[in-house]
Design a protein around this ligand. Structure first.
Ligand SMILES: C[S@@+](CC[C@H](N)C(=O)[O-])C[C@H]1O[C@@H](n2cnc3c(N)ncnc32)[C@H](O)[C@@H]1O
Length: 214
């Protein structure tokens, strides 16, 4: 399942949150460890190209750039002009020359190139047509490339029942579906591998596109 709100409403909400997004991270238990883990899961080396779908203010860019090095490339797409403006500021501040941003609806994602890896970081549960968006990103992967979804949600456990009211409050502030289950939505792609962490609240789903048969 994906976010139930229409995209225009989600975009407006993230436009308003853009300037304070970094400050809200502790409230949502978003931590650098999760971002590092997601970047590592991409399995890319120096010189690689990475697509981040729903890149927001660019909070993953330092980790992605560390992975791809100066000869690699990061392409970020997002539907919110406010979030993209913050990402652009970050790029300018660090003088990164190998990060490109595009305003685009992930469900309509097209790019005239392929990527070594694609990342949905805290965006899969927000994007209204998330399954379609993931399929679009999958189509842009080279054979052997990886699709990684890092996100947070309510786990299927006693802890989940305790966290449910908190999650319902948090999504009023920053929209998303705390019951999103990408490993189920995307099980038609090649064997998703899911790892959970931080009491099962966070997860990283990795799906590797089969290499071409020679
Ligand atoms: C919670 S933020 C995550 C931002 C960033 N990836 C991170 O890890 O901090 C979710 C982002 O998804 C974007 N988003 C939501 N629906 C989208 C869509 N249909 N197409 C592109 N971006 C979308 C929002 O604008 C927002 O920037």
């Amino acid at each position: 399942m994906a976010s139930q709100l229409p995209l225009a409403q989600i975009t407006r909400r993230y436009d308003r949150l853009a300037r304070v997004y970094a400050w809200l991270e502790p409230l949502f238990a978003i931590h650098s460890g999760a971002r590092r883990r997601a970047a590592r899961a991409l399995g890319v080396n120096s010189g690689a190209s990475v697509l981040e779908v729903g890149c927001g203010t660019g909070r993953n860019f330092p980790y992605l750039l560390e992975a791809v090095g100066p000869t690699g490339r990061v392409v970020g797409i997002d539907a919110s002009p406010g979030m993209l403006a913050e990402a652009q500021r970050l790029i300018k501040r660090h003088q990164w020359s190998n990060v490109e941003l595009h305003r685009q609806d992930a469900a309509e994602l097209t790019r005239g190139e392929t990527f070594d890896a694609a990342l949905f970081s805290l965006s899969y549960s927000v994007i209204p047509a998330s399954r379609t968006a993931a399929h679009r990103a999958w189509d842009l992967l080279r054979p052997g490339g990886r699709l990684v979804v890092m996100d947070a949600g309510v786990p299927d456990s006693a802890l989940g029942r305790i966290l449910d009211p908190v999650a319902r409050l948090l999504v009023k502030l920053a929209p998303g579906d705390p019951y999103s289950r990408p490993w189920e939505d995307l099980d038609d792609l090649d064997a998703p591998h899911t790892e959970r962490f931080l009491l099962g609240i966070y997860y990283v789903v990795v799906i590797t596109k089969p290499a071409e048969v020679p």
